[in-house]
Design a protein around this ligand. Structure first.
Ligand code: HEC
Length: 131
């Protein structure tokens, strides 16, 4: 074996296992870096979550009475990779989902609730505190 080949193999032996560990640990668990809201008020968002009744269908940490079981719990929603298994989790996509879930996923059990743009931004700001 030439020196160059054996040097490359030695390097691969060192680098590949490290790359495997770093590259796979997070995606295997479905984790993404937590999302950050760049607009909206989390405090007002919490009030809007109560106003629109999101908690009748979702368990939402920090919101009194939000213990619904129709939809998935929204704990750590800032860390999820996907919204409703359809949209990559991002601030814009969260606004879209909250305002018009039926357009994203026709027939989903989550109804269009007539959420305004401002209210969706505030709700997203609160949801992204759940990490
Ligand atoms: C009538 C019940 C119902 C109401 C009310 C409701 N949702 Fe949902 N929601 C659902 C269901 C069911 C899903 C799952 C949709 C899917 O995956 O197709 C969902 C999904 C979601 C998701 C994606 C969760 C995930 O794990 O990917 C978010 C975020 C969400 N809802 C936020 C809200 C917010 C904010 C409100 C209030 C403005 C709200 N929902 C009101 C039923 C509801």
């Amino acid at each position: 074996m030439s020196r160059r080949v054996s040097a490359a193999l030695a390097l691969a032996a060192v680098v590949l296992p490290a790359a495997t560990v770093v590259g796979c640990a997070a995606p295997e668990r479905g984790e993404a870096p937590p999302q950050q809201a760049h607009q909206g008020s989390p405090d007002r968002g919490k009030e809007m979550i109560v106003k629109y009744g999101c908690g009748t269908c979702h368990e939402i940490p920090g919101v009194d009475g939000a213990d619904g079981l129709v939809g998935p719990p929204l704990s750590q929603i800032a860390r999820r990779s996907y919204i409703a298994g359809e949209l990559a989790n991002s601030e814009d996509n969260m606004h879209r989902w909250i305002r018009d879930p039926q357009a994203v996923e026709p027939g989903t059990a989550m109804p269009d609730l007539g959420v305004t743009a401002q209210d969706a931004a505030d709700i997203t700001a609160y949801l992204y505190t759940l990490r």
